[in-house]
Design a binder for this molecule. Structure first.
Ligand code: NAD
Ligand code: TDX
Length: 339
């Protein structure tokens, strides 16, 4: 079995590669990644010498490069993680989100049509469902919840999902889609809430909470997401969408306070800043379908996962110090100075 994993130098894609090389040691895994600001070759250093692994630097929108790789490798499956993934960046500059997330997905599926494939799996997000009200804890996203996006990021992901469904219906492409809630864990890029708060707290920098900090996210440890995708690509039904989430809803402010306490820092570091435009209030996944159909259940409790994550950032300072000393500095100043 040969699998092309796109976006494998990023947060979830890299964790998926590590998981797959362990869980399916006879598989060949090829990572195709453009190495944007979010992709980091050092993340993959422990697998670079693995004979079952190959890294290819390419853009998913580059038709020639994608077709050449298919001709060379004849993949059995493609798992598409490659994306521009940060909501705040999409608000600043939507164009690249449309390019990578929509055109990139179409280009990969065109290659799958041309060369044949057993499965094209699209890694989507719960954000395509929009948000839920804070005062209706009884409501959850199911696979039947209508798409209703808020940000350029989520709109580009929803557009990609619609194209994936169209390629299934029109061309019979054997596809699956998964829509997961917020992930956390090792190799999470420092621009996102949890790593940003861990790193800022460690550096005694202020902790910028958007609005009142009462927005709710449904957190899942990244390895549980990887296990769900492994199940879906092997046992999931073609043409189906699977929601992934573990009923772990938390308010942003409670996450930030927990990190502050775990690190023995002061809550005085917390600063309330101008809210994100169009900020989604609450995400909450109903995972009944993947529980019932594939027997998937999350294995890592948040209390354990967040401790593991914090301890990973403590013992992998080189990884994030290199990131935050580069281009990230300009990003941080632009987004947070005087906010
Ligand atoms: P990330 O930003 O950490 O990584 C994205 C990776 O894609 C990087 O390695 C980057 O170099 C690569 N990439 C970007 N543009 C590319 C292009 N044009 N061609 C090839 N490679 C390109 O993102 P992530 O958080 O790991 O998310 C991975 C996927 O999972 C995304 O599709 C995202 O929408 C989805 N998702 C993320 C979460 C989350 O909580 N992080 C939750 C649900 C779904
Ligand atoms: O500095 C911050 N302060 C803050 O209050 C940042 C970076 C975020 N926040 C808030 C905004 C959100 O309510 O924290 C929450 C989480 O923010 P992000 O980490 O940016 O994640 P989110 O916007 O929820 O999107 C994530 O989950 C779904 C991923 O980035 C997406 O790729 C995924 O699809």
């Amino acid at each position: 079995m040969t699998i092309i994993v796109t976006g494998g130098a990023g947060f979830i894609g890299s964790n998926f590669i590590f998981y797959m090389l362990k869980a399916n040691p006879d598989y060949r895994i090829i990572c195709l990644d453009k190495l944007t600001y979010a992709g980091n070759l050092s993340t993959l250093k422990n697998v670079m010498d693995n004979p079952h692994f190959r890294f290819v630097k390419a853009d998913v929108c580059d038709r020639e490069a994608v077709y050449a790789l298919f001709e060379e490798e004849h993949p059995d499956m493609v798992v598409n993680f490659a994306a521009e993934s940060h909501v705040d960046r999409s608000i600043e500059d939507p164009g690249i989100f449309l390019q990578t997330n929509i055109i990139g997905t179409a280009t990969l599926m065109d290659a799958c049509r041309k060369y044949g494939i057993q499965r094209f799996h699209q890694v989507s997000t719960d954000e395509v469902y929009g948000d839920l009200p804070l005062d209706r804890p009884d409501l959850f996203f199911t696979e039947e919840t209508p798409i209703h996006t808020s940000s350029p990021y989520s709109s580009s992901k929803a557009a990609a999902d619609l194209l994936v469904q169209a390629y299934h219906r029109t061309y019979g492409l054997p596809v699956t889609i998964s829509r997961c809630s917020n992930n956390y864990g090792p190799y999470h890029f420092p621009e996102k809430l949890i790593p940003l708060m861990i790193i800022n707290a460690l550096n005694d920098k202020s902790l910028p909470v958007y609005g009142a900090g009462i927005n709710v996210r449904d957190w899942l440890y990244v390895e549980d997401h990887c296990k769900a995708i492994d199940l879906i690509i092997h046992k999931g039904r073609v043409g189906e969408i699977y929601n992934i989430g573990g009923h772990n809803e938390m308010r942003n402010i409670d996450i930030v306070k927990l990190i502050v306490h775990e690190l023995g820092k002061s809550e005085d570091l917390i600063t309330y800043v101008t809210d994100r435009k169009g900020h989604d209030l609450r995400y909450a996944i109903d995972p009944t379908k993947i529980n019932n159909d594939l027997g998937w259940l999350p294995e890592t409790k948040f209390a354990d996962g967040i401790k593991k994550t914090i301890s990973w950032y403590l013992s992998n300072r080189d990884w994030w110090e290199e990131i935050i000393s580069g281009e990230y500095k300009n990003y941080y100043e632009k987004m947070y100075t005087g906010r």
